[in-house]
Design a protein around this ligand. Structure first.
Ligand SMILES: Cc1cc2nc3c(=O)[nH]c(=O)nc-3n(C[C@H](O)[C@H](O)[C@H](O)COP(=O)(O)OP(=O)(O)OC[C@H]3O[C@@H](n4cnc5c(N)ncnc54)[C@H](O)[C@@H]3O)c2cc1C
Ligand SMILES: *[C@@H]1O[C@H](CO)[C@@H](O)[C@H](O)[C@H]1NC(C)=O
Ligand SMILES: *[C@@H]1O[C@H](CO)[C@@H](O)[C@H](O)[C@H]1NC(C)=O
Ligand SMILES: *[C@@H]1O[C@H](CO)[C@@H](O)[C@H](O)[C@H]1NC(C)=O
Ligand SMILES: *[C@@H]1O[C@H](CO)[C@@H](O)[C@H](O)[C@H]1NC(C)=O
Ligand SMILES: *[C@@H]1O[C@H](CO)[C@@H](O)[C@H](O)[C@H]1NC(C)=O
Ligand SMILES: *[C@@H]1O[C@H](CO)[C@@H](O)[C@H](O)[C@H]1NC(C)=O
Ligand SMILES: *[C@@H]1O[C@H](CO)[C@@H](O)[C@H](O)[C@H]1NC(C)=O
Ligand SMILES: *[C@@H]1O[C@H](CO)[C@@H](O)[C@H](O)[C@H]1NC(C)=O
Ligand SMILES: *[C@@H]1O[C@H](CO)[C@@H](O)[C@H](O)[C@H]1NC(C)=O
Length: 570
């Protein structure tokens, strides 16, 4: 794949029961309290700082490496391994006050945005972070948060599209250094009796490292399409889709056990044989809601051979060509899902992968797409290409894919999405309507991504808490609008509204269902959209484990919209 086809994948507490009345001073808890907290976490408490701080003109010596910040401002590995860094940077800012410390993503070497009279301010970046190494760090933070009413957030990679890993004046549990990984060919969840091959991942492990580990052990882990998303944080607890999910399930389908500190401070094991309610909630109820996961054990499958078909052309704004591509995809959508294909597509690229078919069967099954690509080539459509190939493992495919497909990073954006059910693929009329809806969406917001990542051939065992709409869907479609550092509050509101209006083209023709991790910040009817019939049970579990709202996040189960940590949302 040449870089011109690079997909932009991402385009693709208030606390009750204060037993201490001093606790009203949210955010201005004194130094001595923080010093005590620091000593109880082994000196691993530190103040939050904006990533650009090392470049801010100052009389004092500047800590940090400004050259590194500027050259890696839009680098996902840099942002996801830096405590104050977030992939979608409006979540570093306070959108309601304008407090921020961002650069121009089109020219990060221009320091005007942080040069006086402009100020570099903390915005929504937590005021303090704990570099978490053990459950006792989490227990200390929970106590501190309850006692002093300081909002608590969990910051893993900072990939969240809805700002759920930052909050103004908060204390953050930074899980990045929980990097243990181990493989057990016959893992038995504690208290259970059935063994399966599995991998146990510390809460900070990112997919790039989990995939490399799987590769070196000749196994397959089902994960997402981005290198730096966390493997068992928000991705897993919110559902977790990937290009293998059609045949091998969502992340939540493959979770065997969690070790988690619940808001009461208990360190618990949740699996099919104990704390089953928590196990259900952690398999789709959403991150940052029910407890702080320290590690999770997930199913490992044998290595797979993948058939890959890719068709692409150069012009991403030629609607007639896009329509042809998407018509071919929707006309064959049901059959291809049944044949085991997953993948993703944009206006000018479609990549499908299959772990079940032989090379010959794959070519046969995909002939409508391959024929389209060949016709575009013979019509001399610019950049038309057809690739049919085979990879010996998920890891080798992913390296090929990820080399050219890097997520946009460091760009403020509003994402919106919709799950598209099988019913929309059933007849020629419904397919035509779906293609119209997709085209209308991509006219309103270019850079639509069709993720063919629903577990449409994987029924699950009815013990996960994501919306059941995932099982009857074929596509998860995303769209975005973006803005730069100097957008006004009105510009931002407009960008959120425009994104939402764009996906209305698909909302009109589908039931209320969306993927919570890649959803509209203002998703209408979000309880039903994200959790369907599971919501009531999730709410009971939230009330059981977190009656004091220690772990609340935006549009999460049982959250309290009035709480101060949400003051920066527009
Ligand atoms: C570029 C990009 C690509 C993406 N690709 C995919 C994809 O292919 N498939 C997919 O399904 N999703 C994808 N996503 C969405 C992704 O699943 C969410 O952004 C998810 O929230 C990331 O989780 P995290 O732990 O890495 O990030 P964070 O922002 O650090 O955390 C996200 C949420 O999870 C909570 N959380 C994190 N760790 C823990 C923990 N240990 N215990 C409890 N709660 C925790 C946080 O409190 C927060 O609420 C993508 C996102 C981006 C930006
Ligand atoms: C916490 O303690 C360590 C070690 O003593 C120290 O380096 C660090 O600055 C302290 N953090 C804060 C926020 O004071
Ligand atoms: C600062 O970062 C740059 C770019 O990553 C690197 O080349 C340089 O060696 C670093 N300087 C110091 C002092 O660490
Ligand atoms: C925003 O800043 C960029 C440079 O970073 C500049 O080109 C643009 O004109 C500015 N827009 C507004 C509305 O000020
Ligand atoms: C990581 O693994 C090592 C070695 O097995 C172990 O000693 C340590 O406790 C583990 N750390 C965590 C946080 O689980
Ligand atoms: C993985 O498979 C290769 C090739 O079959 C083999 O050489 C290697 O020893 C295997 N590695 C492990 C960890 O099983
Ligand atoms: C892409 O296609 C559109 C619509 O046909 C056309 O207007 C535009 O010029 C094309 N762009 C390029 C770079 O060829
Ligand atoms: C797409 O837009 C056209 C023109 O505005 C409209 O007639 C049609 O109903 C829309 N279809 C869908 C599914 O959004
Ligand atoms: C899951 O529930 C559905 C609907 O209640 C039922 O049809 C299906 O058989 C169940 N599947 C399993 C594996 O229990
Ligand atoms: C929600 O938060 C507000 C503001 O902090 C508070 O007054 C209210 O009591 C909270 N509600 C619940 C149910 O905790």
């Amino acid at each position: 794949m040449s870089p011109q086809y690079a997909l932009l994948i991402s385009l693709l507490i208030p606390l009750t029961s204060a037993f201490n009345s001093q606790a009203r001073f949210t955010g201005i808890t004194g130094n001595s309290e923080y010093a005590a907290l620091n000593s109880s976490v082994g000196g691993r408490l530190f103040k939050g700082t904006p990533i650009v701080q090392p470049c801010v003109p100052s009389k004092n010596a500047r800590p940090g490496n400004c050259t590194e910040v500027l050259s890696e401002y839009v680098d996902e590995v840099f942002r996801t391994s830096t405590p104050g860094g977030y992939v979608v940077p409006q979540w570093e800012t306070c959108q309601t006050t304008g407090a921020q410390c961002l650069l121009d993503y089109t020219d990060p070497f221009n320091l005007d945005p942080v040069t006086p009279p402009r100020q570099c301010r903390l915005g929504s970046i937590p005021s303090h972070f704990i570099d978490v190494r053990s459950e006792s760090d989490v227990q200390a933070a929970l106590q501190f948060s309850k006692r002093f009413q300081v909002p608590l957030v969990i910051k893993n990679t900072g990939h969240d599209y809805k700002g759920r890993s930052s909050a103004p004046h908060s204390l953050a549990l930074w899980t990045h250094n929980l990097q243990n990984i181990s493989y057990d060919p016959a893992f038995i969840p504690e208290g259970c009796s059935t063994a399966s091959a599995s991998v146990t991942l510390g809460a900070g492990v990112q997919w790039k490292d989990a995939y490399a580990f799987a590769e070196s052990n000749n196994i397959t882990l089902v994960g997402g399409s981005d290198r730096t998303v966390g493997a068992v944080g928000g991705w897993l607890q919110g559902g977790g889709h990937g290009m293998l999910s059609n045949t091998m399930g969502l992340g939540v389908d493959r979770a065997l056990q969690f070790k988690v500190v619940t808001p009461d401070g208990q360190y618990r094991v949740a699996n099919a044989c104990q704390n089953q309610d928590l196990f259900f909630a952690l398999r789709g109820g959403g991150g940052g809601t029910f407890g702080v996961v320290m590690e999770s054990t997930v199913l490992a499958s044998p290595q797979i051979t993948l058939q890959v078909v890719m068709v692409a052309f150069a012009n991403a704004t030629d609607i007639a060509l896009t329509r042809e591509l998407w018509q071919t995809m929707t006309a064959n959508g049901l059959q291809w899902a049944e044949d085991g294909w997953g993948g993703l597509a944009t206006a000018n690229v479609a990549i499908y992968i299959n772990p079940k078919l032989s090379a010959e069967e794959a070519t046969e099954s995909m002939s409508p797409l391959i024929d389209l690509g060949k016709r575009l080539q013979s019509d001399q459509v610019e950049g038309a290409q057809v690739i049919t190939t085979q990879f010996e493992s998920w890891g080798t495919f992913f390296d090929w894919f990820a080399a050219d497909n890097v997520a946009i990073t460091g760009v403020s954006l509003a994402i919106v999405s919709r799950l598209i059910p099988k019913a929309n693929f059933a007849t020629a009329e419904s397919q035509a309507e779906l293609v119209d809806g997709l085209i209308n969406t991509s006219i309103a917001t270019p850079r639509v991504i069709i993720l063919i990542t629903a577990p449409s051939s994987y029924p699950g065992d009815n013990t996960t808490s994501v919306t059941e709409a995932w099982r009857s869907s074929l596509y998860h479609v995303t769209a975005v609008t973006t803005w730069n550092w100097n957008a006004t509050m009105e510009d931002k509101k407009e960008a959120y509204a425009q994104a939402s209006a764009s996906i209305d083209n698909l909302r009109r023709i589908t039931p209320d269902a969306a993927y919570q991790n890649e959803a509209d910040v203002y998703e209408p009817n979000h309880e039903v959209s994200f959790w369907g019939s599971n919501y009531e049970r999730l709410l009971e579990i939230k009330n059981k484990y977190d009656p004091g709202h220690i772990l609340d996040c935006w549009n999460c189960v049982g959250w309290n919209r009035s709480a101060p940590q949400f003051s920066c949302y527009l």
